[in-house]
Ligand binder design. Structure first.
Ligand code: SF4
Length: 286
C-alpha cells in the first residue's frame, strides 16, 4: 500500500479541490468528534496506529513524484495526535516533503502544530485549523479529546504572526448546535489572522448520527426530518435540504466578506459562493 496517495473524496462530484496528494503517518484519530465521517469507513477509528515503516516508505515513494507536488497532511485524521508529541513522525514527514519542494497543507485541530513552526517557516506551507464552536463546554461534548477552541484560536494567531497562511475550517455547521455561532466564529478567526474560510454543513452517516443523537437528543430529534424526510442523499451521505444548506453557507460567506476574508464551500455545490482562487486555500501557499 503506497503511503502517498492522490486525494480522492470518494469521487464526489461536489469536490472542487485542485489535484493533491494525501499523507498521514497515522491511522485513526483520538479526538473523538461526534460528527466524524472517517469513523464510518476506518475500523477501530479511535485507536491510533502508526503506519509501519512510514518514514522509510515515504522516502522511497517521494523521489518518484516529479510533478503536482502538493500534499495535504492529513485528510482522514489529524496528523497532530497526542502521540505525535513523542513520536515526531509528522514533523519528520514535514521535513521530507519540504526538502522535496512540495507545497504542504496541514489540516488539524491541534495547537501542537506550533511545535513545527521552524519547519513551516522554511517551507511552502499553509495550515488549515478546524474550529466549530467557541463554547468550551459544547466543544467538550462535540469534540471531546481535541484541543480547546481557545488553543486553536491562539494557534491561528501565532501562525499568522509568523507569516504562515492560515485557513479556518468552520466545518461542519450543524443545525441547532453551532449555526447560531456563525457570526462569532467568523469574527474570531478573522480577527485572529485567518485569510480564508472553508465551510460545509453536517452530513449524516448512520454512524455519526448515532453519536450525535446520544449526546444531543433534543436537537437531533428536531432536525431529523430535515435530513431524512426533506433532505437528499448524495454519495451515501444524508444532506440537509438544498435551500437550508445554501442559507447557512451564505451566512458564512456574507460574514467572511464583511471581514475581508475569502470563502469557499466544501462539497456543497454552491461554487458561486467561492471567492478564493482555490476552495482549500492552497492559493495562499507561496
Ligand atoms: S479530528 Fe477529524 S478525523 Fe479526527 S475525529 Fe475529528 S473529525 Fe474525525
Amino acid at each position: 500500500m503506497p503511503v502517498i496517495t492522490p486525494f480522492d473524496p470518494w469521487k464526489s462530484k461536489l469536490c472542487t479541490c485542485p489535484f493533491k496528494y494525501s499523507f498521514s503517518p497515522y491511522v485513526g484519530c483520538s479526538h473523538g468528534c461526534l460528527y466524524c465521517y472517517a469513523s464510518s469507513y476506518i475500523p477501530r477509528f479511535s485507536e491510533v496506529r502508526v503506519k509501519k515503516d512510514i518514514i522509510k516508505k515515504l522516502n522511497k515513494e517521494i523521489s518518484k513524484i516529479g510533478q503536482n507536488k502538493y500534499v495535504t497532511i492529513a485528510n482522514s485524521n489529524d496528523p497532530y495526535q497526542p502521540i505525535e508529541e513523542k513520536l515526531k513522525l509528522t514533523r519528520e514527514a514535514l521535513k521530507i516533503f519540504s526538502s522535496h519542494d512540495f507545497k504542504i497543507m496541514i489540516v488539524t485541530k491541534s495547537n501542537l502544530v506550533l511545535r513545527d513552526l521552524d519547519i513551516l517557516k522554511k517551507s511552502k506551507a499553509a495550515v488549515s485549523i478546524t474550529i466549530t464552536t467557541l463554547d468550551e463546554n459544547k466543544a467538550k461534548r462535540l469534540e471531546p479529546n481535541a484541543p480547546s477552541p481557545e488553543k486553536r484560536l491562539e494557534a491561528i494567531k501565532i501562525l499568522s504572526r509568523n507569516g504562515i497562511p492560515v485557513i479556518a475550517r468552520i466545518d461542519p455547521i450543524i443545525p441547532l448546535i453551532n449555526d447560531i455561532e456563525i457570526d462569532n466564529l467568523v469574527r474570531n478567526v478573522a480577527e485572529s489572522g485567518a485569510r480564508h474560510i472553508v465551510s460545509s454543513t453536517y452530513k449524516v452517516k448512520l454512524d455519526n448520527w448515532g453519536r450525535m443523537k446520544k449526546e444531543f437528543p433534543k436537537e437531533m430529534k428536531r432536525v431529523k426530518y430535515l435530513y431524512f424526510k426533506k433532505g437528499e442523499k448524495i454519495n451515501g451521505y444524508y444532506y440537509l435540504p438544498q435551500e437550508h444548506r445554501y442559507e447557512l453557507m451564505k451566512r458564512v460567506f456574507d460574514k467572511a466578506r464583511e471581514f475581508n476574508v475569502t470563502f469557499a464551500v466544501c462539497r456543497e455545490g454552491f461554487i458561486e459562493l467561492n471567492s478564493g482562487k482555490t476552495c482549500d486555500g492552497s492559493h495562499l501557499i507561496q
